[in-house]
Design a protein around this ligand. Structure first.
Ligand SMILES: Cc1ncc(COP(=O)(O)O)c(C=O)c1O
Length: 371
C-alpha cells in the first residue's frame, strides 16, 4: 500500500500554489514575480531582492549529505515546527483523523493537532527505572485500531530525555502499517548514543524522521528543520507548504554552518555537552532537595525537587532561567535544565546548593517539632 493512502484524500492530487520560482523558464530579465528591479541599500550583494528557491538547492544538498539521505526524501522548512504542522495538515481531516502523542512531551504536536481540529489521543509515558519511556503496548493498541493517522514519538524525548529503543519503534511502525504515519522527532539525536530511526526508513515507508539545526548545530534563529520521508510524501508536503519557506539569509547561514570545519566544532561542542550532562546528572542527584534526576540522552536534564518553586526562584534570583515543567502532566515537581557551558552549569549547582542550605534549618526544625 502506498504511503499516499495515509494522506488526506482531498490533498492527494492537490497542486498547491505555483510560485514564480516553480516555473522552469529561462531568461535574463526576470519580470514575472513583481520583485524590485533594485536591491535594498541594506542588501549589499543584492541576495534578497528576489524570492528564494522554495527548496534552496545548496542547502538541500548540504542537509541530504548531513543526514545521508536523497534530496527527494527531504523537506526543508522553518524548523521542525513547520514539518510537524505540515504533517498534521496533510494527513488529518478535521474532526476525524487523530494524532497520537505521549505526554509529557513537546507541546507542538498537540498544538498543531488542535489548530487542525484533529482529535488528540494521549498515551502517557511510563515512569520507570529507565526514565520516562513510551508505553509501547498501549501505543500499538491505539495505532492498530481507531482513528489515529499520525503517531508522534520523540526520541530523545523532550522533556524526559530518554531515547526510544529501535525495537519499540519497529513494533509501533509494524502496528501502524497502512493505518498511520509514524513520526520520530529526533531534535536531540546528536546528543544521543541511540541509533537514529533513519536506519529504519528502508523497512517502513510510513516512517518520517524530523531533524533540526536548532539544537546541536546552534542555529535556532535560522529556523531550519527537515522532515525525512518517502519521496511521494515529501512531494505532498511541499505542495502544502508556504511558497517560499526558507529565507535566503537563513539558507546561506545554514550552508556555512554545515561546512566541514563548522561540523567539526559542532561535534566538539556536543562532546562537551555529553560530558557536562554526566557531571550535572551526578552533582544534581547529590544535592539536598533533589528527588530525582532523569537519565538523559539530550542536552537537558529533567529534575524533580522537594520544592520546585524554591529551586526555580533561587535560580532566577541568580539570573539563571530554567524551564518550569510543573504544568505538564505528572511533572508537578519538575524543572528542565538545559546543559550550558561548564561555568553556567556551575552557577546552576551553586544556586541550588544555596537552596539546600537555606532549607536545612527549616527542615531540621520541622523534623524536631514532629519528633
Ligand atoms: C522535541 C522537539 N521537536 C522539535 C522542536 C522544534 O525545533 P525547531 O527549532 O526545529 O522548530 C523542539 C524545540 O524545542 C523540540 O524540543
Amino acid at each position: 500500500m502506498s504511503v499516499l493512502s495515509l494522506v488526506r484524500e482531498d490533498l492527494r492530487d492537490f497542486a498547491g500554489y505555483r510560485s514564480a520560482r516553480s516555473e522552469a523558464l529561462r531568461g535574463d530579465v526576470w519580470l514575472n514575480a513583481n520583485e524590485s528591479a533594485w536591491a535594498n541599500p541594506a542588501d549589499a550583494d543584492g541576495a534578497c531582492r528576489r524570492y528564494p528557491d522554495p527548496q534552496p538547492p545548496r542547502l538541500q544538498a548540504a542537509l541530504a549529505s548531513l543526514y545521508g539521505v536523497g534530496a527527494d526524501s527531504l523537506l526543508v522548512g522553518r524548523g521542525s515546527d513547520e514539518a510537524i504542522d505540515l504533517l498534521v495538515r496533510a494527513t488529518c481531516m478535521p474532526g476525524r483523523d487523530a494524532v497520537l502523542v505521549t505526554p509529557p512531551v513537546f507541546g507542538m504536536y498537540a498544538v498543531s493537532a488542535r489548530l487542525q481540529g484533529a482529535p488528540v489521543v494521549e498515551v502517557p509515558l511510563r515512569d520507570d527505572a529507565r526514565g520516562l519511556v513510551p508505553d509501547v503496548a498501549a501505543i500499538v493498541e491505539a495505532a492498530a485500531s481507531g482513528p489515529v493517522r499520525l503517531v508522534f514519538l520523540c526520541s530523545p524525548s523532550n522533556p524526559g530525555g530518554a531515547a526510544i529503543a529501535a525495537a519499540d519503534i519497529v513494533a509501533i511502525a509494524e502496528a501502524s502499517q497502512g493505518r498511520a504515519l509514524v513520526v520520530v522527532d529526533e531534535a536531540y539525536a546528536e546528543f544521543s548514543e541511540a541509533p537514529s530511526a533513519l536506519a529504519l526508513r528502508e523497512r517502513f515507508e510510513h516512517l518520517v524522521v524530523l531533524r533540526t539545526l536548532s539544537k546541536a548545530h546552534a542555529l535556532a534563529a535560522a529556523r531550519i528543520g527537515v522532515a525525512i520521508a518517502a519521496p511521494e510524501l515529501v512531494a505532498v508536503l511541499r505542495r502544502c507548504q508556504a511558497p517560499y519557506p526558507v529565507p535566503t539569509p537563513c539558507a546561506g547561514l545554514a550552508v556555512a554552518g554545515l561546512s566541514e570545519a563548522a561540523q567539526q566544532k559542532t561535534r566538539e561542542r556536543v562532546a562537551v555537552v555529553v560530558q557536562e550532562r554526566a557531571r550535572m546528572q551526578q552533582a544534581l542527584a547529590g544535592l539536598p532537595g533533589v528527588r530525582r534526576v532523569y537519565p538523559s540522552q539530550a542536552n537537558f536534564l529533567l529534575v524533580r525537587f522537594d520544592d520546585a518553586e524554591a529551586a526555580f526562584q533561587a535560580l532566577l534570583a541568580t539570573g539563571v532561567v530554567v524551564r518550569d515543567q510543573r504544568a505538564a502532566p505528572g511533572l508537578g515537581d519538575a524543572l528542565r535544565i538545559t546543559i550550558g557551558t561548564p561555568a553556567q552549569n556551575d552557577r546552576v549547582l551553586s544556586a541550588l546548593r544555596a537552596v539546600g542550605r537555606a532549607g536545612e534549618p527549616v527542615a531540621a526544625a520541622s523534623r524536631g517539632a514532629a519528633a
